[in-house]
Design a protein around this ligand. Sequence first.
Ligand code: ATP
Length: 257
Amino acid sequence: MSTQKPAGLRIRDLRVVFDGFAAVDGVDIDVSPGDVRFIIGPNGAGKTTLVDAVTGLVKATGSAAFDGQELLGRKVHHITRLGIGRTFQTAAVFEELTVLQNLDIAAGTNRGLLTLLRRRKSVPDSVAQAMETIGLTSARDRLAGTLAHGQKQWLEIGMLLVQDAKLLLLDEPVAGMSQDERDTTGELLGMLSEDRTVVVIEHDMDFLRRYARTVTVMHAGRILSEGSVAEVQADLKVQEVYLGHAKATSQALVQEV
Ligand SMILES: Nc1ncnc2c1ncn2[C@@H]1O[C@H](COP(=O)(O)OP(=O)(O)OP(=O)(O)O)[C@@H](O)[C@H]1O
């Protein structure tokens, strides 16, 4: 008998119902370890609700397992401890604390608040490594509130790294970013996927074409299409849905890669 655990994210027949309305309506998704999976779809398709279900924020039926561990039915903090990290559309950082203090708090080491708030000489390896990965080492003593928009988003990702998240679920990470910040974020996704699994909810089609490895298209709570960027772009069902909902998005989607 094989003892190997199924790895990556495995979702089966996931369903989320709000007052009789199925926001997620029987979804199956497999994301392999090391993938950078983009989930796209028109407004209201169910993308955020799907991520909410996986992270324990809404009740769901079916199954969502990561590295063989069932996530549904567990409390949010337990899901975090199983290595699932999630960002929101608005970065949730402590603006009046420094970059280092934010990472320290996220790391949740057993230091008292006073120690955390004091400037320290030694920085734990995991925190130093996270700062390096997100490019904020030279900004370690800056207040998070003074960071540029993109840097705040990267700090939030850093906070997941120090928690040792193995599955990163990022909700519209490049919304409101400059082109340079988008490029840096795209490169960061590639770096993160070297030893983690990354799932990105995104509306930005240019960013998707450049940085997605695989794509899932949702529509009305279901999976409409799945595959490589080229496969999804060529799918007539996808083109129809985008033509019906947002012409500009559709044109961006079917543009040559
Ligand atoms: N807490 C809730 N109660 C009732 N309905 C909800 C709730 N949260 C989401 N919905 C509905 O579920 C559907 C899916 O919403 P969801 O936010 O998951 O879509 P989305 O694909 O993330 O859209 P967007 O791209 O606009 O963020 C929508 O019709 C939304 O109105």
